[in-house]
Design a protein around this ligand. Structure first.
Ligand code: FES
Length: 125
């Protein structure tokens, strides 16, 4: 059953698109926490201060209240289209959330192999 806009006092069902991951979170959970707990990765360059706009998501179904940071960072057209800043959004209703800049699977990796060249240190004595 798809999540609806119905308010649930105890928990909120969230489906993330395009990953199609679904989970329930207590009402009042920050959306960014829900994203991270779902194993998804989203850019948060300003550390969730509501400044960089890199955590942009789009509400496809349900409700996410428009925050002061949303109003500061986004145009009226973007707000109407459902765009929100994930770092300031708080879950209060069931919803479907698109993460346009999903960085899942692109986390930094430590390279242990590759095409390299041998370099001999030539340290001054
Ligand atoms: S993390 Fe920078 S605006 Fe949300």
């Amino acid at each position: 059953m798809p999540p609806s806009a119905k308010k649930n006092l105890n928990s909120c069902a969230v489906r993330f698109v395009p990953s199609e991951l679904q989970a329930r979170f207590p009402a009042g959970t920050p959306l960014l926490t829900a994203i991270h707990k779902s194993g998804l990765v989203i850019s948060t360059l300003c550390g969730g201060a509501g400044i960089c706009g890199k955590c942009l998501i789009r509400l496809l179904q349900g409700e996410l209240a428009i925050t002061a940071a949303d109003q500061e960072a986004l145009s009226a057209s973007q707000l109407t289209q459902g765009f929100r800043l994930a770092c300031t959004a708080v879950l209060q209703h069931d919803c479907v959330v698109e993460i346009p800049n999903d960085k899942t699977g692109t986390a930094a990796e430590i390279l242990t192999r590759g095409l390299g060249r041998t370099v001999s240190p030539n340290l001054p004595l």
